[in-house]
Write a protein of this length. Structure first.
Length: 617
């Protein structure tokens, strides 16, 4: 501060002490303190000014704004309200009262005052923006967008509004439009870390992970302590498959904000994927201390325990899945079975999660048939023929489009019900409780014979089915899948006929592999596991071997007793446990585990060696 400024402030302070001080001089001193951030001194001056002129609207307004800044919301409302009573045509008074309400979460009141401000000054881009933010908070996206667009029309290079439009589009599931607005905002203000952060988040949603990582790192370079940017960077890295870097970014967010719940929760998931279940559980314990009723954190901890084979703790905790927004429970008008005696009672077991999970949990059905007086199993319609044949002592019902369980409960006189995924809590609470049955499901004998003849027509040699893609979530798909272009060493082996078991449209991949390796991978278009699991099961039964990544094919082959080799990512799903070469769920499975995340070379070399030995027998 210059000597002249110090002299001026000292001179004005002396004036304050004079009871006959000039009002304008007191106000000038108050405004100076306020601009410089000396809020206590500013407040003293404002209150002295009000002693001189109790109804001075500008002073009432300014002191109200200051009160809002220091968190005295009610006082701010009263002071600015008094200013409005004196000078009702002052648009900025209404605008700032709206801002006090908005920042306090009182959005309807904020809307009222913003609208009044615009009725007095319709050309204020800032008020249109603030009104848009209030509407956005109220979930009134169309009105929010209208005011954001009006703000841009009035002030085309308003970076904050462009960013808000981007956020609105992102929330409205219009990511491409959001990205366009973020890019425009950065043309105006490339130095705002928030815009780089938001842009990175939407690029992650668009699965443009490299660009997302670059944008988020730019946000962090502008603000190294930006917790949300570290968190979003971790999410982008995790989706890209860079789990170790993701863990470090989550940890960096936690170094800045040790109680950042989302970072704790997702760090726990990432550490579990990396195989560090003990550390992951410790991190999730910390998250649960912060939010004891957070279903996602409990569910994630259950997966750690299950992956470690700690079924006694894992299965009860696994029931938190029903409290997550993404997997609400299916309601049945009957009591939930909790392990009590089922003698003389009828239980309804209903499917959940994906087809692979339904198949896996169906391995518990024989246990339930033995316990219950009567067992009704509701399942995916594609599984009904297989389950009906395999469990003749149970009654199998195909799931309707509505998924309504009430009619089944009424039609079959159900006493109790259970989601299929709850059954292991009572019948698989330890490794010794997993029966070593050769198979659980029985394929159609006539169809199996037809496939036997088809495979014989291919000539001598092993008939090996392959599937190379798994997962539906992009992050999981990237970790689990092995591009067909990497299977070349297997296709070089002699004495093998390769059969595609991959679901979905994969003709281009097959043609490319044929051109690259000169190997025909047999496929039958009528065998589509997305439509017909009955035919798919029959085909699998007559294969000599299945080699697959983690997908539904593995479960189908395992439950049919077909020898199956599973190529597992280092970030393997909980059901495959840790460091095992076999599976307690299916006795015909062998597990080939990645040693380095993302590197399939060791797995494929091991598989090639084993297939060669098998072919030479």
């Amino acid at each position: 501060m210059t000597g002249r400024m110090i002299f001026r402030l000292g001179q004005l302070a002396a004036i304050i002490r004079d009871m006959d001080a000039n009002l304008s001089q007191v106000c000038s001193l108050a405004e100076e303190h306020h601009r410089q951030g000396r809020l206590a001194d500013a407040e003293t001056c404002y209150r002295r000014a009000l002693q001189l002129s109790p109804d001075e609207p500008d002073v009432l307004h300014a002191l109200g704004v200051l009160s809002s800044q220091v968190g005295r919301v009610q006082e701010a409302v009263e002071l600015i309200g008094r200013a409005i009573d004196v000078q009702p045509q002052a648009a900025h008074f209404h605008a700032n009262l709206g801002e006090v309400y908005r920042r306090d979460g009182q959005f309807p009141e904020a809307v009222t005052h913003y609208r009044h401000a615009l009725s007095l000054d319709p050309l204020s881009a800032q008020v249109h923006n603030n009104l848009g933010e209030a509407f956005r908070a109220l979930g009134r996206a169309d009105e929010a967008e209208r005011h954001f667009l009006q703000a841009i029309k009035l002030q085309p290079e308003f970076a904050e509004v462009l960013n808000n439009l981007g956020e609105l589009c992102r929330e409205s599931d219009r990511p491409e439009e959001a990205l366009a607005y973020y890019d425009l905002a950065l043309e105006v203000r490339a130095d705002l870390p928030q815009i780089h952060n938001n842009r990175g988040a939407v690029l992650t949603h668009l699965e443009q992970w490299d660009s997302a990582v670059e944008s988020l790192r730019q946000a962090i370079s502008l603000n190294p302590d930006y917790v949300e940017a570290h968190y979003n960077l971790a999410a982008a890295l995790r989706d890209r498959g860079d789990l170790e870097e993701a863990a470090e970014s989550y940890q960096q967010a936690l170094r800045i904000a040790p109680e950042h719940f989302d970072s704790l929760n997702n760090l726990g998931n990432t550490l579990r994927d990396l195989g560090n279940c003990t550390e992951a559980t410790t991190v999730l314990d910390r998250a649960i201390v912060l939010q004891p009723d957070h279903a996602g954190a409990h569910y994630n901890r259950s997966l750690c325990w299950l992956a470690q084979g700690d079924f006694a703790r894992g299965w009860p905790e696994h029931e938190w899945r029903w409290k997550r927004e993404e997997s609400p429970p299916r309601h049945a008008p009957r009591p939930l079975w909790r392990g009590e005696s089922l003698s003389g009672k009828t239980i309804l077991i209903h499917g959940e999660q994906g087809v692979g999970d339904e198949i896996m949990f169906a391995s518990c059905v024989p246990d339930m048939i033995a316990r219950a007086g009567r067992c009704v199993v509701e399942c995916d319609p594609r599984l009904k023929p297989l389950l009906s044949r395999s469990f003749p002592a149970a009654e199998i019902v195909a799931r309707g489009k509505s998924g309504n369980l009430a009619m089944i409960c009424e039609d079959y006189a159900i006493d109790v019900h259970s989601p299929a995924g709850n059954l292991p809590r009572y019948v698989r609470d330890g490794l010794s409780r997993f029966p070593q049955r050769e198979r659980f499901l029985v394929a159609n004998a006539a169809a199996v014979f037809t496939w036997k003849r088809r495979f014989e027509s291919l000539g001598t040699g092993l008939k090996i089915g392959i599937a190379w893609r798994g997962g539906t979530v992009p992050r999981v798909k990237r970790l689990r899948s092995i591009p067909l272009s990497q299977w070349g060493p297997l296709f070089d082996l002699s004495g093998v006929h390769w059969i595609s078991l991959q679901h979905g449209d994969h003709q281009e991949e097959l043609l490319s592999a044929a051109r690259q390796y000169g190997t025909k991978i047999h496929t039958w278009l009528e065998v589509d596991p997305l439509r017909d699991l009955e035919e798919f099961a029959s085909l699998i039964c007559k294969l000599d071997l299945v080699i697959s990544v983690d997908n539904t094919t593995v479960h189908m082959a395992g439950t049919l007793g077909t020898p199956t080799w599973v190529a597992l990512s280092q970030a393997a799903d909980w059901r495959w446990l840790r460091e095992r070469g076999d599976s307690p769920w299916y006795s015909s499975l062998r597990l080939f585990r990645q040693q380095r995340l993302g590197d399939w070379q060791d797995v494929l070399e091991h598989v090639v060696s084993e297939v060669r030995e098998l072919a030479e027998r």
